[in-house]
Design a protein around this ligand. Structure first.
Ligand SMILES: [Fe+2]
Ligand SMILES: [Fe+2]
Length: 332
């Protein structure tokens, strides 16, 4: 990695580490298949996971060590969400997922200390499985993520005239996630969302005209909801880039551009409804100048993982310079 120019501040960005500790690894790489009763669907998901998405999901976290060996001197590090494999599907209230996320964050904090900022991903709080309909969002996971893991739902970091902001996409996009939540927990989720949006509005309202924003938002499904906020939409010209994760590969971002605006499909289950509803609104992603930071391990088909560094001019006279660092997995 080239040395940091003396007049620049370098920030490293990584996302979707999906680390698995010993308790998650003990569940075996086919943990998701066991939640699918229909043999045909199981065969389809097995094929997709094996050849396209991730053959051995519980070993992808090994890329964290590769990253830690590879990374050179940096001033700040942003981890953009999804720290465990969430193999219990309920987020970090599952002890095994909690152990994974703690180990993952522990390694990053040991190395980078106060220089590290962490965004919350959807897998910290849980989500329904793709096909099996198991699991979902749990308030117990929210409490554990914020209290025991120390994840801040909203963070900001000033670098001269740059303001780096981290938001929680699962709260912002909560209306799209209602089927994932337990009915008795819904009112509390709504309160958390209202407080989060109030914080975001106040921060965008307080921006000075000379400030430039780099926004960190794990799941782009949140962006159309942010777009509906006047405080945010007024400041869109000041958002230089929005760094998302969650999609794991640029292939999905490219497909999202192609399929942007399609009507939501409501009769093929929750996952298809959620995905197509997100695509229906995807034309609101692009004004945020979206840049995908892929999963650290990429996907099986393309082995396209890696991380970014961005060099910032604190005066914000020159645009942020992003560099992608591929980190291909060694095939076993
Ligand atoms: Fe992820
Ligand atoms: Fe995610």
């Amino acid at each position: 990695m080239p040395a940091i120019p003396s007049d620049r501040v370098r920030v490293a960005i990584l996302s979707d580490i999906h680390y698995a500790g010993t308790a998650e690894r003990a569940r075996g790489n086919d943990y998701e298949m066991r939640s699918i009763a229909n043999p045909l669907l199981r065969a389809f998901v097995r094929f997709y996971r094996h050849h396209i998405w991730m053959r051995e999901p519980l070993t992808q976290g090994e890329q964290l060590e590769v990253f830690l060996r590879h990374i050179g001197p940096v001033d700040h590090v942003i981890a953009n969400g999804d720290y465990s494999c969430d193999s219990g599907f309920v987020g970090v209230c599952d002890d095994a997922a909690f152990q994974s996320a703690s180990e993952c964050l522990g390694r990053l904090r040991t190395r980078f200390g106060e220089r590290l900022q962490c965004t919350m991903g959807d897998h910290e709080i849980g989500k329904l499985t793709l096909i099996g309909g198991q699991g979902g969002m749990r308030l117990a996971s929210w409490r554990r993520a914020t209290e025991s893991l120390g994840l801040k739902p909203f963070w900001q970091l000033a670098v001269g005239n740059y303001v780096l902001l981290g938001v929680t996409s699962s709260l912002i996009a909560l209306p799209a996630n209602q089927p994932d939540a337990l009915p008795e927990e819904w009112p509390e989720w709504l309160k958390l969302r209202a407080a989060h949006l109030a914080e975001i509005r106040a921060t965008f309202d307080a921006l000075k005209p000379e400030q430039r924003v780099l926004l960190f938002c794990h799941d782009p499904t949140a962006l159309p909801f942010l777009w509906r906020e006047d405080s945010v939409r007024r400041r869109l010209p000041q958002i230089e880039q929005t760094v998302i994760g969650h999609l794991h590969t640029k292939l999905i971002l490219w497909k999202s551009r192609v399929l942007s605006g399609i009507p939501p499909i409501r009769f093929l289950g929750n996952s298809v409804r959620k995905f197509t509803s997100a695509l229906h609104q995807a034309h609101h992603w692009w004004p945020f100048k979206v840049r995908l930071c892929p999963a650290l391990a990429g996907i099986e088909l393309l082995n396209d993982g890696g991380y970014y560094t961005v060099d910032l001019d604190p005066a914000a006279k020159l645009p942020a310079q992003f560099t992608f660092h591929p980190l291909p997995r060694r095939r076993k």
